[in-house]
Design a protein around this ligand. Structure first.
Ligand SMILES: NC(=O)c1ccc[n+]([C@@H]2O[C@H](COP(=O)([O-])OP(=O)(O)OC[C@H]3O[C@@H](n4cnc5c(N)ncnc54)[C@H](OP(=O)(O)O)[C@@H]3O)[C@@H](O)[C@H]2O)c1
Length: 240
């Protein structure tokens, strides 16, 4: 499969690239301008012709549009887009009043990357999927997007991931109702609490374990049929 992954230079994104290459997929690994892409470059040498590194900033429409225009000249078809890039700009140890002490710039930045980012990426890369025989969209969201009582920390992150889930369901409804796109597989995925820069406060699993499950979902080995396709990395339904 030809696969685009955002946020591919570290964490879950990098593990998805590594496992995808091992599985024989052709990987298009996107990182931010100026990001440390050393590990991707080394993989590019090892897997010559199977890995291409793209530069894009998911919250910038101009940056994503340019990356899509560039790729289209060489490769007009993608079988899967994995919206993985994300930010968590809060800590569970910040127990201040989240109403009067809310950092508005932080809230905007979080929503910009986690909610608006996947929408920009799909706006410009969906045409590549529309040309594929068996297209697949995997939006990496989070259990943090679930409405529930108790926790009030990670406010901006929770808002952003709830929004990303709603975005995914809206486009899923559209695709399901379009005769020419109804065959598109689309999931919003909680990847587990991973031991990455982002997840270290709550880690329960390594990113490699999450990547293994997510690739099984991509390949169709795990293919849950759900009205609301919010699942974890094992393909189990998540509460929403
Ligand atoms: N870790 C967890 O426990 C956990 C739990 C639930 C959900 N998730 C979700 O899983 C995904 C991957 O998380 P992770 O733990 O691998 O995070 P991570 O280690 O912090 O990596 C995040 C990746 O996203 C990239 N990124 C951030 N902002 C970007 C932007 N504006 N444009 C393009 N790329 C950007 C980062 O690039 P730079 O190197 O340039 O910063 C990095 O490659 C995220 O969507 C996250 O919300 C994670």
């Amino acid at each position: 499969m030809k696969v685009l992954i955002t946020g591919a230079n570290r964490g879950l994104g990098l593990e998805l690239v590594k496992r995808g290459l091992l599985g024989g997929h052709e990987m298009f690994a996107a990182c931010r301008p100026g990001a440390d892409c050393g590990q991707l470059e080394a993989l590019g040498q090892e897997y010559e012709g199977q890995l291409e590194v793209l530069t894009l900033e998911v919250s910038s429409e101009e940056s994503v549009r340019r990356a899509a225009e560039e790729l289209e000249k060489r490769e007009p078809v993608l079988d899967c887009v994995i919206n993985n890039a994300g930010v968590l700009l809060e800590s569970k140890y910040n127990l201040e009043d989240p109403i009067v002490n809310l950092d508005i710039d932080m809230l905007r930045k979080t929503i910009d990357v986690n909610t608006v980012g996947p929408a920009i990426v799909l706006k410009y890369f969906a045409p590549f999927l529309y040309r594929a025989a068996k297209p697949c969209i995997l939006n990496i969201t989070s259990e943090a997007g679930h409405l529930k009582t108790g926790l009030y920390t990670y406010l901006a992150y929770g808002v952003s991931k709830h929004g990303a889930n709603m975005y995914t369901q809206k486009i899923r409804n559209y695709l399901a109702q379009s005769p020419e796109h109804a065959h598109t597989r689309i999931y919003m995925i909680h990847p587990g609490r991973m031991n990455t820069v982002m997840g270290k406060e709550n880690a329960q699993i390594e990113a490699s374990e999450a990547a293994e499950g997510i690739l099984k979902i991509m390949e169709g080995e795990i293919d849950p049929k759900l009205e609301i396709p919010f699942i974890n990395y094992k393909g189990e339904p998540m509460p929403y």
